[in-house]
Design a protein around this ligand. Structure first.
Ligand code: FES
Length: 107
């Protein structure tokens, strides 16, 4: 497998119902993971983009959170409709999607 150009971590952490921190899992991060998988498969981007589901990466209240390396860009409150934009603009086009980036004072 060639070294991927982008490594995308999607938080799929779950916590018990009513937990004060909430979780990306309870904000439907599994749907975001599935949407990334579908798009990457549809476009055959497996050599360029590696997807990894991960546990908590910090700002749970902004989940679902998606972290992209090598840039270290963290996207928050990602919706299914944002996935194509992140792939087109950032993962392929190289320009982070500024309106989805978690504010610096939070992460
Ligand atoms: S549960 Fe996803 S960032 Fe904490």
């Amino acid at each position: 497998m060639p070294r991927p150009e982008k490594h995308v971590f999607i938080c799929t952490q779950n916590r018990p119902q009513g937990h004060p921190r909430g979780s990306c899992g309870s904000n439907n991060s599994a749907d975001i993971m599935a949407e990334f998988m579908n798009e990457i498969q549809r476009r055959n981007l497996f050599d360029k983009i590696l997807l990894t589901n991960t546990g908590c990466i910090g700002p749970c209240m902004l989940g679902p959170n998606v972290l992209v390396y090598p840039e270290g860009v963290l996207y928050g409150k990602v919706k299914k409709a944002d996935v194509k934009t992140i792939i087109d603009q950032h993962l392929i086009g190289g320009e982070p999607v500024t309106e989805l980036i978690v504010p610096k004072e939070i992460w």
